[in-house]
Design a protein around this ligand. Structure first.
Ligand SMILES: N[C@@H]1[C@@H](O)[C@H](O)[C@@H](COP(=O)(O)O)O[C@@H]1O
Length: 243
């Protein structure tokens, strides 16, 4: 694992955006695996800035997002499709028909997940997967569990995740209890993985991810087995480690 220490959130975002830019410049028709949450927002802002300066071209890029709340429509401001449109896609020249997010409105989990795995398979594989880290070590919506889930599946969100994500909703009751997420196997197939981590509330999860045993109780710990992972973390997130 390549650990890159950033001073703060802004520095982390710029460093991560540099890595994504390099990917897009080196392979203009690349497949980007994208993430939601507050961690990658600064990275997306930086990419938009460089796009506006004429430094980046997303015309041939395809994107595949990690996850979506089950039951939320793309127009719902809390949906991850809406998040991606407003935080990135609406501001760059990516072809929206080539941006994919699991279909939150598909009530049949088997159908929703099989369709999504087919999209990943047909894409030829994700070149660079961007990830945030949950406070309990989750990636995508792969929550701590007794076993690693391989493919896209439907999950019941844990109390910790519902609590962490309620800030985006009017009340805790409005947070969906289920989501569709790419599995650990789908994530691990990406050729390169980039994790962005900021803030002291992630310090324990980050330490367990990097130094702890590989266990489905800390889903991100599986990343120790991937051969091309870069973690860009700020000082606060690295505060519990000697790095
Ligand atoms: N499904 C998302 C994850 O993909 C994200 O990494 C995590 C952390 O979010 P944040 O970056 O806001 O801390 O939140 C959600 O649960």
């Amino acid at each position: 694992m390549n650990i890159c220490k950033a001073k703060n959130y802004q520095d982390m975002s710029r460093k991560a955006a540099n890595i994504i830019s390099a990917q897009v410049i080196m392979k203009p028709h690349c497949v980007l695996g994208l993430a939601t949450g507050s961690s990658p927002i600064g990275t997306y802002k930086q990419l938009i800035e460089w796009y506006n300066k004429g430094d980046l071209d997303f015309a041939r890029v395809m994107s595949i997002n990690l996850d979506e709340y089950k039951g939320l429509s793309p127009e719902n401001p809390q949906s991850y499709r809406y998040f991606m449109n407003t935080n990135l896609f609406d501001h760059i020249n990516i072809d929206k028909a080539r941006t994919f997010v699991p279909n939150g409105l598909e009530p049949d989990p088997e159908k929703a997940c099989a369709e999504y795995e087919e999209i990943i398979r047909k894409s030829g594989g994700i070149d660079l997967q961007l990830l945030g880290l949950g406070r309990n070590g989750h990636i995508g919506f792969n929550e701590p569990a007794d076993a690693f889930a391989r493919e896209t599946h439907c999950v019941n969100l844990t109390e910790s995740t519902i609590d962490a994500n309620k800030r985006f909703f009017e009340s805790e009751d409005d947070v969906p209890r289920q989501a569709y997420t790419m599995g650990i196997g789908s994530i691990m197939k990406a050729r390169k993985i980039l994790v962005v981590v900021s803030g002291e509330d992630k310090a324990d999860a980050l330490k367990a991810t990097i130094c702890g045993p590989i266990t489905p109780q800390v889903p991100a710990s599986i990343l120790q087995l991937h051969n091309d992972v870069t973690i860009v973390a700020d000082e606060a997130a690295l505060s519990k480690m000697d790095i």
